[in-house]
Design a protein around this ligand. Sequence first.
Ligand code: COA
Length: 155
Amino acid sequence: MADHDLSIEPAVAGDLAAIVQLLGRSGLEADGLEQHLDTTLVARRHSQLVASAGLELYGRQALLRSVVVAPQLQGTGLGRRMTGQVLALAQTRGITRVYLLTETAREFFARFGFRLMERADVPVKVQSSQEFSMACANNAVGMWAPLENVLHGFK
Ligand SMILES: CC(C)(COP(=O)(O)OP(=O)(O)OC[C@H]1O[C@@H](n2cnc3c(N)ncnc32)[C@H](O)[C@@H]1OP(=O)(O)O)[C@@H](O)C(=O)NCCC(=O)NCCS
């Protein structure tokens, strides 16, 4: 997506409410997100927050979460770009494996190399995330990938 008015940058505390609202519009929860803002990216367009993508770090493992694009910009390549950039951030943090939970975007992540897994097989440290304990995650599938397998596909 070529858009000179679009900037992707680290989230700041003042972005939290707008991210929560964006997630809510797509039916996604924001539990615990405030603890991971320093590893969350946001996209702004005309000073409006239009996308996010975040990581929870657990040693060399990360939970990819809060990947969302504003409805009017979905399908324009922004989700791919946000995910690619947050995975590049994961690489700088020494992450080797990435996990995620999703109800609605299984095929989006699968096309870039993420594979389904039993949620019970997700490492215990990653399972301690509030994403795993929240009620609405119950219908979500677990997916994972070695970071090196998916890092370049999103770019
Ligand atoms: C899932 C989401 C982040 C994808 O972002 P996006 O900007 O719409 O997707 P992109 O335009 O970057 O899509 C990249 C490719 O994936 C495809 N794609 C997008 N969403 C898809 C989906 N849900 N299932 C399968 N393929 C999908 C696109 O068609 C595109 O294919 P192409 O490269 O052949 O053209 C976005 O649709 C969204 O916010 N959905 C609601 C929230 C959500 O489900 N988040 C995931 C929670 S973990």
